[in-house]
Ligand binder design. Sequence first.
Ligand code: CTP
Ligand code: MN
Ligand code: MN
Length: 520
Amino acid sequence: MAQLPVKKKRQPPASLPANLQHCVRFPGVVLCLVEKKMGLSRKAFLVSLAQRKGFCVEEASSERVTHVVSENNSGNEVIEWLKRKGSPFLDAVGHGIALLDLSWFTESMSTGQPVEIEPRHRLQVAAHAKELEGQCQVATYACQRRTPLEHNHQMLTEALETLAEEAHFWGSEGRCLAFSRAASMLKSLPWTVRKIQDLNSLPCIGEHSRRVIQEVLEDGESAEVERIRRSERYQTMKLFTKIFGVGVKTASRWYQEGLRTLADLQAHHTKLSKEQQAGLLYYEDLSTPVTFSEAETIGQLVREVVEQCLPGASVTLTGGFRRGKQSGHDVDLLLTHPMDGQEVGLLGKVIGQMDRQGFLLYHSIHRSSFQSFEDEAQEIRDSTTAMDHFERCFSIFRLGCFPGGIPRSASEAQRLNNAVQVSGTPGSWKAVRVDFVVTPCSQFPFALLGWTGSRNFERDLRRFSKHEKKMVLNSHALYDKGKVCGFWGRRTGGESLWYGVGFLLMIYISVSYVFCLFAC
Ligand code: CTP
Ligand code: MN
Ligand code: MN
Protein backbone atom coordinates (compact mmCIF):
# COMPACT_ATOMS: atom_id res chain seq x y z
CA MET A 1 0.00 0.00 0.00
CA ALA A 2 1.40 3.35 -0.91
CA GLN A 3 2.04 5.65 1.97
CA LEU A 4 1.91 9.38 2.18
CA PRO A 5 5.15 11.03 1.22
CA VAL A 6 7.39 11.73 4.18
CA LYS A 7 6.19 14.76 6.08
CA LYS A 8 8.91 17.32 6.06
CA LYS A 9 9.90 18.27 9.54
CA ARG A 10 12.11 21.12 8.56
CA GLN A 11 12.20 22.98 5.31
CA PRO A 12 15.65 23.21 3.78
CA PRO A 13 16.83 26.81 3.82
CA ALA A 14 16.26 28.90 0.76
CA SER A 15 19.97 29.16 0.15
CA LEU A 16 21.76 25.83 -0.16
CA PRO A 17 25.53 25.31 -0.18
CA ALA A 18 26.99 26.87 -3.28
CA ASN A 19 28.30 23.57 -4.69
CA LEU A 20 24.76 22.09 -4.70
CA GLN A 21 22.68 25.04 -5.77
CA HIS A 22 22.97 24.38 -9.47
CA CYS A 23 21.66 20.82 -9.33
CA VAL A 24 18.90 20.68 -6.72
CA ARG A 25 15.63 19.69 -8.35
CA PHE A 26 13.86 18.39 -5.23
CA PRO A 27 14.42 20.90 -2.43
CA GLY A 28 12.05 19.03 -0.08
CA VAL A 29 14.19 15.89 -0.19
CA VAL A 30 17.58 15.85 1.49
CA LEU A 31 19.32 12.50 1.44
CA CYS A 32 21.82 11.12 3.91
CA LEU A 33 23.66 7.97 2.81
CA VAL A 34 24.87 5.65 5.54
CA GLU A 35 28.40 4.47 4.72
CA LYS A 36 28.26 1.63 7.28
CA LYS A 37 28.44 -1.64 5.29
CA MET A 38 28.23 0.41 2.08
CA GLY A 39 31.83 1.56 2.14
CA LEU A 40 33.16 5.02 1.39
CA SER A 41 33.88 4.53 -2.30
CA ARG A 42 30.41 3.15 -3.07
CA LYS A 43 28.91 5.94 -1.02
CA ALA A 44 30.88 8.52 -3.01
CA PHE A 45 29.65 6.94 -6.24
CA LEU A 46 26.00 6.94 -5.08
CA VAL A 47 26.23 10.51 -3.78
CA SER A 48 27.52 11.75 -7.09
CA LEU A 49 24.82 9.78 -8.95
CA ALA A 50 22.13 11.35 -6.76
CA GLN A 51 23.54 14.83 -7.24
CA ARG A 52 23.68 14.39 -10.99
CA LYS A 53 19.97 13.46 -10.88
CA GLY A 54 19.19 16.65 -8.98
CA PHE A 55 19.00 15.31 -5.40
CA CYS A 56 20.46 17.13 -2.46
CA VAL A 57 22.76 14.92 -0.34
CA GLU A 58 24.11 15.87 3.07
CA GLU A 59 25.90 14.25 6.00
CA ALA A 60 24.33 12.78 9.15
CA SER A 61 25.33 15.92 11.05
CA SER A 62 23.00 18.07 8.95
CA GLU A 63 19.66 19.21 10.29
CA ARG A 64 18.23 19.34 6.82
CA VAL A 65 18.19 15.56 6.20
CA THR A 66 14.76 14.11 5.40
CA HIS A 67 15.63 10.67 3.93
CA VAL A 68 18.25 8.34 5.45
CA VAL A 69 19.31 5.65 2.97
CA SER A 70 21.33 2.59 3.89
CA GLU A 71 22.34 -0.73 2.39
CA ASN A 72 22.23 -4.09 4.20
CA ASN A 73 21.58 -2.54 7.63
CA SER A 74 18.62 -3.12 9.90
CA GLY A 75 16.67 -0.13 11.16
CA ASN A 76 18.26 -0.57 14.56
CA GLU A 77 21.76 -0.63 13.11
CA VAL A 78 21.08 2.65 11.34
CA ILE A 79 19.74 4.17 14.57
CA GLU A 80 22.90 3.07 16.38
CA TRP A 81 25.04 4.55 13.61
CA LEU A 82 23.14 7.85 13.73
CA LYS A 83 23.57 7.94 17.50
CA ARG A 84 27.32 7.48 17.14
CA LYS A 85 27.40 10.27 14.59
CA GLY A 86 25.56 12.52 17.06
CA SER A 87 22.91 13.10 14.45
CA PRO A 88 20.66 16.06 15.31
CA PHE A 89 17.55 14.53 13.71
CA LEU A 90 17.51 11.24 15.61
CA ASP A 91 14.35 12.09 17.53
CA ALA A 92 12.48 12.79 14.32
CA VAL A 93 13.16 9.34 12.84
CA GLY A 94 9.81 7.86 11.90
CA HIS A 95 8.05 11.22 12.43
CA GLY A 96 9.24 13.16 9.45
CA ILE A 97 12.57 11.51 8.76
CA ALA A 98 12.40 8.24 6.88
CA LEU A 99 14.81 5.34 7.32
CA LEU A 100 15.00 3.73 3.92
CA ASP A 101 16.51 0.79 2.21
CA LEU A 102 18.67 1.31 -0.85
CA SER A 103 15.80 -0.04 -2.99
CA TRP A 104 14.01 3.31 -2.57
CA PHE A 105 17.17 5.11 -3.68
CA THR A 106 17.73 2.95 -6.77
CA GLU A 107 14.09 3.19 -7.83
CA SER A 108 14.22 6.96 -7.40
CA MET A 109 17.39 7.20 -9.41
CA SER A 110 15.99 5.14 -12.26
CA THR A 111 12.73 7.14 -12.36
CA GLY A 112 14.68 10.37 -12.04
CA GLN A 113 12.65 11.62 -9.09
CA PRO A 114 11.90 10.59 -5.48
CA VAL A 115 9.42 7.69 -5.67
CA GLU A 116 6.59 7.42 -3.17
CA ILE A 117 7.72 5.62 -0.03
CA GLU A 118 6.08 2.24 0.39
CA PRO A 119 6.24 0.00 3.45
CA ARG A 120 8.71 -2.31 1.70
CA HIS A 121 11.17 0.59 1.41
CA ARG A 122 11.14 1.35 5.11
CA LEU A 123 13.60 -0.18 7.55
CA GLN A 124 11.82 -1.65 10.55
CA VAL A 125 13.03 -0.44 13.88
CA ALA A 126 12.58 -3.05 16.56
CA ALA A 127 11.90 -1.23 19.76
CA HIS A 128 13.96 -2.76 22.54
CA ALA A 129 12.10 -4.78 25.11
CA LYS A 130 12.97 -2.22 27.81
CA GLU A 131 11.66 0.64 25.73
CA LEU A 132 8.54 -1.36 24.91
CA GLU A 133 7.96 -1.93 28.57
CA GLY A 134 8.29 1.77 29.22
CA GLN A 135 5.82 2.51 26.49
CA CYS A 136 3.48 -0.33 27.54
CA GLN A 137 3.34 -1.49 23.95
CA VAL A 138 2.97 -5.18 24.69
CA ALA A 139 -0.30 -5.71 26.44
CA THR A 140 -0.93 -8.65 28.71
CA TYR A 141 -4.33 -9.56 27.28
CA ALA A 142 -4.45 -11.01 23.77
CA CYS A 143 -7.59 -8.95 23.05
CA GLN A 144 -5.56 -5.75 23.45
CA ARG A 145 -2.89 -6.81 21.01
CA ARG A 146 -2.79 -6.94 17.28
CA THR A 147 -1.93 -10.48 16.27
CA PRO A 148 -1.19 -10.73 12.55
CA LEU A 149 -1.56 -14.00 10.69
CA GLU A 150 1.96 -13.60 9.37
CA HIS A 151 4.54 -12.87 12.02
CA ASN A 152 8.26 -12.99 12.75
CA HIS A 153 8.42 -15.99 15.04
CA GLN A 154 7.11 -19.01 13.15
CA MET A 155 9.71 -21.48 14.43
CA LEU A 156 9.33 -20.37 18.04
CA THR A 157 5.53 -20.44 18.03
CA GLU A 158 5.42 -23.84 16.35
CA ALA A 159 7.70 -25.22 19.07
CA LEU A 160 5.56 -23.70 21.84
CA GLU A 161 2.36 -24.88 20.20
CA THR A 162 3.70 -28.43 20.05
CA LEU A 163 4.31 -28.23 23.80
CA ALA A 164 0.83 -26.80 24.33
CA GLU A 165 -0.70 -29.61 22.29
CA GLU A 166 1.31 -32.26 24.13
CA ALA A 167 0.20 -30.80 27.49
CA HIS A 168 -3.41 -30.90 26.22
CA PHE A 169 -2.93 -34.54 25.22
CA TRP A 170 -1.96 -35.27 28.84
CA GLY A 171 -4.89 -33.31 30.20
CA SER A 172 -2.65 -30.58 31.67
CA GLU A 173 -4.79 -27.62 30.70
CA GLY A 174 -2.81 -25.16 32.85
CA ARG A 175 0.44 -25.98 31.08
CA CYS A 176 -1.31 -26.01 27.73
CA LEU A 177 -2.57 -22.50 28.39
CA ALA A 178 0.85 -21.26 29.52
CA PHE A 179 2.55 -22.44 26.30
CA SER A 180 -0.21 -21.19 24.07
CA ARG A 181 -0.14 -17.77 25.81
CA ALA A 182 3.59 -17.55 25.27
CA ALA A 183 3.10 -18.40 21.57
CA SER A 184 0.33 -15.83 21.27
CA MET A 185 2.56 -13.16 22.82
CA LEU A 186 5.35 -13.85 20.30
CA LYS A 187 2.88 -13.61 17.42
CA SER A 188 1.95 -10.10 18.44
CA LEU A 189 5.49 -8.68 18.64
CA PRO A 190 6.16 -6.13 15.92
CA TRP A 191 9.88 -6.73 16.25
CA THR A 192 11.98 -9.89 16.02
CA VAL A 193 13.30 -11.72 19.06
CA ARG A 194 16.95 -12.50 18.38
CA LYS A 195 18.32 -13.26 21.83
CA ILE A 196 16.73 -14.45 25.02
CA GLN A 197 17.27 -11.09 26.76
CA ASP A 198 14.81 -9.54 24.29
CA LEU A 199 12.08 -11.34 26.24
CA ASN A 200 13.07 -9.92 29.61
CA SER A 201 10.23 -7.51 30.08
CA LEU A 202 7.50 -9.40 28.24
CA PRO A 203 4.51 -10.74 30.13
CA CYS A 204 3.05 -14.24 29.59
CA ILE A 205 6.36 -16.02 28.96
CA GLY A 206 7.15 -18.48 31.73
CA GLU A 207 10.42 -20.21 32.61
CA HIS A 208 9.77 -23.35 30.57
CA SER A 209 8.77 -21.37 27.48
CA ARG A 210 11.87 -19.20 27.87
CA ARG A 211 14.09 -22.28 27.99
CA VAL A 212 12.57 -23.64 24.81
CA ILE A 213 12.78 -20.29 23.03
CA GLN A 214 16.44 -19.99 24.00
CA GLU A 215 17.17 -23.47 22.65
CA VAL A 216 15.46 -22.70 19.32
CA LEU A 217 17.23 -19.33 19.04
CA GLU A 218 20.62 -20.88 19.72
CA ASP A 219 20.36 -24.33 18.11
CA GLY A 220 17.59 -23.89 15.56
CA GLU A 221 15.43 -26.46 17.36
CA SER A 222 14.49 -27.69 20.82
CA ALA A 223 15.50 -31.21 21.79
CA GLU A 224 12.41 -31.52 24.00
CA VAL A 225 10.07 -30.48 21.19
CA GLU A 226 11.73 -32.77 18.69
CA ARG A 227 11.48 -35.68 21.14
CA ILE A 228 7.75 -35.01 21.54
CA ARG A 229 7.20 -34.77 17.80
CA ARG A 230 8.88 -38.13 17.29
CA SER A 231 7.10 -39.82 20.20
CA GLU A 232 4.60 -42.54 19.41
CA ARG A 233 2.06 -41.22 21.88
CA TYR A 234 2.07 -37.70 20.50
CA GLN A 235 1.74 -38.91 16.91
CA THR A 236 -1.05 -41.35 17.80
CA MET A 237 -2.92 -38.77 19.86
CA LYS A 238 -2.69 -36.33 16.97
CA LEU A 239 -4.04 -38.95 14.58
CA PHE A 240 -6.95 -39.95 16.83
CA THR A 241 -7.99 -36.48 18.01
CA LYS A 242 -8.27 -35.39 14.39
CA ILE A 243 -11.20 -37.81 14.02
CA PHE A 244 -14.42 -35.81 14.20
CA GLY A 245 -16.03 -36.59 17.56
CA VAL A 246 -12.90 -37.91 19.27
CA GLY A 247 -11.55 -35.95 22.22
CA VAL A 248 -8.42 -36.34 24.30
CA LYS A 249 -9.97 -38.80 26.76
CA THR A 250 -11.11 -41.26 24.09
CA ALA A 251 -7.87 -40.97 22.13
CA SER A 252 -5.85 -41.54 25.27
CA ARG A 253 -7.93 -44.61 26.20
CA TRP A 254 -7.43 -46.08 22.75
CA TYR A 255 -3.70 -45.45 23.02
CA GLN A 256 -3.60 -47.24 26.37
CA GLU A 257 -5.46 -50.15 24.80
CA GLY A 258 -2.59 -50.44 22.32
CA LEU A 259 -4.34 -48.94 19.29
CA ARG A 260 -2.04 -46.93 17.03
CA THR A 261 -3.61 -46.53 13.60
CA LEU A 262 -7.01 -45.93 12.02
CA ALA A 263 -6.87 -49.51 10.72
CA ASP A 264 -6.40 -50.69 14.33
CA LEU A 265 -9.73 -49.08 15.24
CA GLN A 266 -11.48 -51.11 12.58
CA ALA A 267 -9.52 -54.30 13.24
CA HIS A 268 -10.36 -54.22 16.95
CA HIS A 269 -14.03 -53.42 16.29
CA THR A 270 -13.65 -50.41 18.54
CA LYS A 271 -17.03 -49.10 19.63
CA LEU A 272 -17.60 -45.82 17.86
CA SER A 273 -20.37 -43.23 18.16
CA LYS A 274 -22.28 -42.26 15.00
CA GLU A 275 -20.25 -39.06 14.89
CA GLN A 276 -16.95 -40.92 15.17
CA GLN A 277 -17.99 -43.43 12.49
CA ALA A 278 -18.65 -40.55 10.13
CA GLY A 279 -15.38 -38.94 11.21
CA LEU A 280 -13.48 -42.10 10.39
CA LEU A 281 -15.29 -42.61 7.10
CA TYR A 282 -14.38 -39.14 5.84
CA TYR A 283 -11.07 -38.89 7.69
CA GLU A 284 -8.97 -38.01 4.69
CA ASP A 285 -11.23 -35.22 3.45
CA LEU A 286 -11.79 -33.84 6.93
CA SER A 287 -8.09 -33.64 7.63
CA THR A 288 -7.53 -31.71 4.39
CA PRO A 289 -7.76 -27.97 5.10
CA VAL A 290 -10.90 -26.17 3.92
CA THR A 291 -10.06 -23.24 1.65
CA PHE A 292 -11.64 -19.80 1.95
CA SER A 293 -13.34 -20.18 -1.43
CA GLU A 294 -14.83 -23.54 -0.38
CA ALA A 295 -16.09 -21.89 2.80
CA GLU A 296 -17.64 -19.04 0.82
CA THR A 297 -19.32 -21.48 -1.56
CA ILE A 298 -20.81 -23.44 1.32
CA GLY A 299 -21.91 -20.17 2.95
CA GLN A 300 -23.66 -19.19 -0.28
CA LEU A 301 -25.36 -22.58 -0.69
CA VAL A 302 -26.60 -22.44 2.89
CA ARG A 303 -27.74 -18.82 2.42
CA GLU A 304 -30.02 -19.90 -0.43
CA VAL A 305 -31.60 -22.68 1.58
CA VAL A 306 -32.02 -20.37 4.57
CA GLU A 307 -33.70 -17.73 2.38
CA GLN A 308 -36.16 -20.34 1.15
CA CYS A 309 -36.92 -21.50 4.70
CA LEU A 310 -37.16 -18.07 6.29
CA PRO A 311 -37.00 -15.02 4.02
CA GLY A 312 -34.90 -12.25 5.55
CA ALA A 313 -32.79 -14.57 7.68
CA SER A 314 -29.02 -14.13 7.36
CA VAL A 315 -25.97 -16.39 7.30
CA THR A 316 -22.59 -15.04 8.45
CA LEU A 317 -19.28 -16.78 7.92
CA THR A 318 -17.46 -16.68 11.22
CA GLY A 319 -14.62 -18.62 12.98
CA GLY A 320 -11.13 -18.54 11.50
CA PHE A 321 -12.28 -17.33 8.08
CA ARG A 322 -13.74 -14.19 9.63
CA ARG A 323 -10.31 -13.56 11.10
CA GLY A 324 -8.85 -13.56 7.60
CA LYS A 325 -7.44 -17.08 7.57
CA GLN A 326 -7.19 -18.56 4.10
CA SER A 327 -7.79 -22.11 5.33
CA GLY A 328 -9.27 -23.83 8.33
CA HIS A 329 -10.46 -27.13 9.71
CA ASP A 330 -14.15 -26.33 9.31
CA VAL A 331 -16.71 -23.71 8.26
CA ASP A 332 -18.52 -21.84 11.04
CA LEU A 333 -21.86 -20.27 10.09
CA LEU A 334 -24.01 -18.04 12.26
CA LEU A 335 -27.71 -17.84 11.42
CA THR A 336 -30.12 -15.17 12.62
CA HIS A 337 -33.22 -13.17 11.64
CA PRO A 338 -33.73 -9.42 12.15
CA MET A 339 -36.80 -10.10 14.31
CA ASP A 340 -36.13 -11.78 17.63
CA GLY A 341 -37.97 -15.09 17.89
CA GLN A 342 -38.33 -15.62 14.13
CA GLU A 343 -35.22 -17.79 14.15
CA VAL A 344 -36.93 -20.44 16.30
CA GLY A 345 -37.37 -23.61 14.23
CA LEU A 346 -35.15 -22.32 11.41
CA LEU A 347 -32.26 -24.72 11.94
CA GLY A 348 -34.45 -27.84 11.80
CA LYS A 349 -35.98 -26.70 8.51
CA VAL A 350 -32.65 -25.76 6.94
CA ILE A 351 -30.93 -28.98 7.96
CA GLY A 352 -33.95 -31.04 6.86
CA GLN A 353 -33.98 -29.45 3.43
CA MET A 354 -30.23 -29.75 2.93
CA ASP A 355 -30.35 -33.35 4.03
CA ARG A 356 -33.11 -34.12 1.50
CA GLN A 357 -31.09 -32.38 -1.21
CA GLY A 358 -28.14 -34.64 -0.45
CA PHE A 359 -25.88 -31.95 0.98
CA LEU A 360 -25.33 -33.58 4.34
CA LEU A 361 -23.29 -36.68 5.03
CA TYR A 362 -23.79 -36.40 8.77
CA HIS A 363 -25.50 -33.98 11.14
CA SER A 364 -26.46 -33.71 14.75
CA ILE A 365 -28.64 -30.92 16.06
CA HIS A 366 -28.28 -29.71 19.63
CA ARG A 367 -31.24 -27.76 20.87
CA SER A 368 -30.79 -24.43 22.52
CA SER A 369 -30.26 -24.80 26.25
CA PHE A 370 -30.53 -21.07 26.87
CA GLN A 371 -32.97 -20.45 29.74
CA SER A 372 -32.68 -16.81 30.67
CA PHE A 373 -30.04 -14.14 31.06
CA GLU A 374 -30.39 -14.53 34.82
CA ASP A 375 -29.52 -18.25 34.59
CA GLU A 376 -26.63 -17.43 32.31
CA ALA A 377 -25.29 -14.86 34.75
CA GLN A 378 -25.66 -17.35 37.59
CA GLU A 379 -23.83 -20.03 35.64
CA ILE A 380 -20.98 -17.68 34.85
CA ARG A 381 -20.70 -16.76 38.53
CA ASP A 382 -20.64 -20.43 39.50
CA SER A 383 -18.14 -21.62 36.95
CA THR A 384 -15.71 -20.39 34.39
CA THR A 385 -17.29 -22.30 31.52
CA ALA A 386 -17.02 -20.66 28.14
CA MET A 387 -19.73 -22.80 26.58
CA ASP A 388 -22.73 -21.03 25.14
CA HIS A 389 -26.27 -22.33 24.89
CA PHE A 390 -27.26 -21.60 21.31
CA GLU A 391 -29.04 -24.10 19.13
CA ARG A 392 -26.40 -25.62 16.87
CA CYS A 393 -25.71 -28.35 14.38
CA PHE A 394 -22.39 -30.10 13.84
CA SER A 395 -22.35 -31.52 10.37
CA ILE A 396 -20.35 -33.00 7.53
CA PHE A 397 -21.24 -31.27 4.30
CA ARG A 398 -20.96 -32.85 0.88
CA LEU A 399 -19.39 -30.20 -1.31
CA GLY A 400 -19.79 -31.29 -4.91
CA CYS A 401 -16.92 -30.58 -7.27
CA PHE A 402 -17.94 -30.87 -10.90
CA PRO A 403 -15.90 -30.63 -14.08
CA GLY A 404 -16.82 -26.95 -14.33
CA GLY A 405 -15.64 -26.31 -10.76
CA ILE A 406 -17.50 -25.84 -7.50
CA PRO A 407 -21.19 -24.91 -8.04
CA ARG A 408 -21.99 -21.35 -7.00
CA SER A 409 -25.57 -21.95 -5.90
CA ALA A 410 -27.74 -24.62 -4.35
CA SER A 411 -29.87 -24.93 -7.48
CA GLU A 412 -26.81 -25.28 -9.68
CA ALA A 413 -25.40 -27.92 -7.32
CA GLN A 414 -28.72 -29.75 -7.45
CA ARG A 415 -28.83 -29.56 -11.25
CA LEU A 416 -25.24 -30.80 -11.60
CA ASN A 417 -25.89 -33.57 -9.12
CA ASN A 418 -28.89 -34.78 -11.11
CA ALA A 419 -27.00 -34.52 -14.42
CA VAL A 420 -24.18 -36.59 -12.98
CA GLN A 421 -26.61 -39.24 -11.75
CA VAL A 422 -28.37 -39.41 -15.13
CA SER A 423 -25.15 -39.62 -17.12
CA GLY A 424 -23.69 -42.14 -14.74
CA THR A 425 -20.45 -40.21 -14.49
CA PRO A 426 -19.34 -40.11 -10.89
CA GLY A 427 -19.10 -36.52 -9.68
CA SER A 428 -16.24 -35.80 -7.33
CA TRP A 429 -16.94 -34.21 -3.99
CA LYS A 430 -15.30 -33.34 -0.75
CA ALA A 431 -16.54 -33.85 2.79
CA VAL A 432 -16.29 -30.62 4.81
CA ARG A 433 -17.04 -30.04 8.50
CA VAL A 434 -19.64 -27.31 8.94
CA ASP A 435 -20.86 -25.86 12.24
CA PHE A 436 -24.22 -24.06 12.24
CA VAL A 437 -25.16 -21.82 15.16
CA VAL A 438 -28.46 -19.98 15.52
CA THR A 439 -28.84 -16.84 17.59
CA PRO A 440 -31.72 -14.45 18.27
CA CYS A 441 -30.92 -11.10 16.72
CA SER A 442 -30.63 -9.43 20.14
CA GLN A 443 -27.66 -11.68 20.98
CA PHE A 444 -26.12 -11.65 17.51
CA PRO A 445 -23.18 -9.27 18.21
CA PHE A 446 -22.10 -11.33 21.22
CA ALA A 447 -22.52 -14.59 19.33
CA LEU A 448 -20.55 -13.20 16.39
CA LEU A 449 -17.80 -12.03 18.69
CA GLY A 450 -17.77 -15.34 20.57
CA TRP A 451 -17.67 -17.48 17.44
CA THR A 452 -15.02 -15.45 15.64
CA GLY A 453 -12.27 -16.67 17.98
CA SER A 454 -9.44 -17.25 18.25
CA ARG A 455 -9.71 -19.17 21.46
CA ASN A 456 -6.87 -17.17 22.98
CA PHE A 457 -8.54 -13.92 21.99
CA GLU A 458 -11.90 -15.04 23.40
CA ARG A 459 -10.40 -16.28 26.63
CA ASP A 460 -8.49 -13.06 27.19
CA LEU A 461 -11.48 -10.90 26.25
CA ARG A 462 -13.46 -12.62 28.99
CA ARG A 463 -10.57 -12.28 31.45
CA PHE A 464 -10.18 -8.63 30.51
CA SER A 465 -13.90 -8.02 31.07
CA LYS A 466 -13.79 -9.72 34.42
CA HIS A 467 -10.55 -8.39 35.89
CA GLU A 468 -10.21 -4.98 34.27
CA LYS A 469 -13.87 -3.98 33.85
CA LYS A 470 -15.52 -6.05 36.58
CA MET A 471 -18.02 -7.19 33.99
CA VAL A 472 -18.82 -10.57 32.56
CA LEU A 473 -18.91 -11.40 28.88
CA ASN A 474 -20.09 -14.51 27.10
CA SER A 475 -21.55 -15.29 23.68
CA HIS A 476 -25.04 -14.22 24.81
CA ALA A 477 -24.51 -10.84 26.45
CA LEU A 478 -22.36 -8.53 28.51
CA TYR A 479 -23.27 -8.49 32.20
CA ASP A 480 -22.62 -5.74 34.68
CA LYS A 481 -22.96 -6.95 38.26
CA GLY A 482 -24.98 -9.89 37.06
CA LYS A 483 -27.34 -7.81 34.93
CA VAL A 484 -27.37 -7.59 31.18
CA CYS A 485 -26.20 -4.31 29.70
CA GLY A 486 -25.26 -2.94 26.29
CA PHE A 487 -27.07 -2.22 23.05
CA TRP A 488 -28.51 -5.58 22.40
CA GLY A 489 -29.06 -7.28 25.69
CA ARG A 490 -31.90 -6.37 28.01
CA ARG A 491 -31.21 -2.87 29.26
CA THR A 492 -30.71 -2.11 32.88
CA GLY A 493 -30.68 1.64 32.37
CA GLY A 494 -28.46 4.31 33.85
CA GLU A 495 -24.75 4.18 33.99
CA SER A 496 -24.32 0.51 33.44
CA LEU A 497 -26.00 0.84 30.07
CA TRP A 498 -23.57 3.49 28.88
CA TYR A 499 -20.67 1.69 30.44
CA GLY A 500 -21.75 -1.31 28.44
CA VAL A 501 -22.11 0.74 25.29
CA GLY A 502 -18.58 2.09 25.66
CA PHE A 503 -17.25 -1.32 26.42
CA LEU A 504 -18.95 -2.82 23.39
CA LEU A 505 -17.43 -0.16 21.21
CA MET A 506 -14.09 -1.11 22.68
CA ILE A 507 -14.77 -4.73 21.87
CA TYR A 508 -15.61 -3.89 18.29
CA ILE A 509 -12.49 -1.85 17.93
CA SER A 510 -10.53 -4.83 19.23
CA VAL A 511 -12.34 -7.12 16.84
CA SER A 512 -11.62 -4.91 13.89
CA TYR A 513 -7.96 -5.61 14.58
CA VAL A 514 -8.76 -9.25 14.28
CA PHE A 515 -9.07 -8.93 10.56
CA CYS A 516 -5.40 -9.06 9.98
CA LEU A 517 -5.24 -11.69 12.57
CA PHE A 518 -4.66 -14.33 14.37
CA ALA A 519 -3.25 -17.45 14.57
CA CYS A 520 -3.19 -17.17 18.33
N1 CTP B 1 -16.58 -21.92 19.73
C1 CTP B 1 -17.42 -21.88 20.81
N2 CTP B 1 -17.99 -23.03 21.27
C2 CTP B 1 -17.73 -24.21 20.67
C3 CTP B 1 -16.89 -24.27 19.57
C4 CTP B 1 -16.31 -23.10 19.11
O1 CTP B 1 -17.65 -20.81 21.32
N3 CTP B 1 -18.30 -25.31 21.15
C5 CTP B 1 -15.98 -20.69 19.25
C6 CTP B 1 -14.57 -20.51 19.72
O2 CTP B 1 -14.43 -19.25 20.27
C7 CTP B 1 -13.76 -20.62 18.46
C8 CTP B 1 -14.73 -20.34 17.34
O3 CTP B 1 -16.01 -20.67 17.85
O4 CTP B 1 -12.74 -19.66 18.45
C9 CTP B 1 -14.45 -21.17 16.14
O5 CTP B 1 -14.17 -22.49 16.53
P1 CTP B 1 -13.33 -23.49 15.65
O6 CTP B 1 -14.03 -23.75 14.38
O7 CTP B 1 -13.04 -24.68 16.49
O8 CTP B 1 -11.94 -22.75 15.46
P2 CTP B 1 -11.43 -21.75 14.35
O9 CTP B 1 -10.81 -20.64 15.08
O10 CTP B 1 -12.50 -21.42 13.37
O11 CTP B 1 -10.27 -22.57 13.67
P3 CTP B 1 -10.33 -23.36 12.28
O12 CTP B 1 -10.01 -22.33 11.27
O13 CTP B 1 -9.30 -24.41 12.37
O14 CTP B 1 -11.71 -23.91 12.15
MN1 MN C 1 -13.63 -22.98 12.44
MN1 MN D 1 -16.05 -24.82 14.34
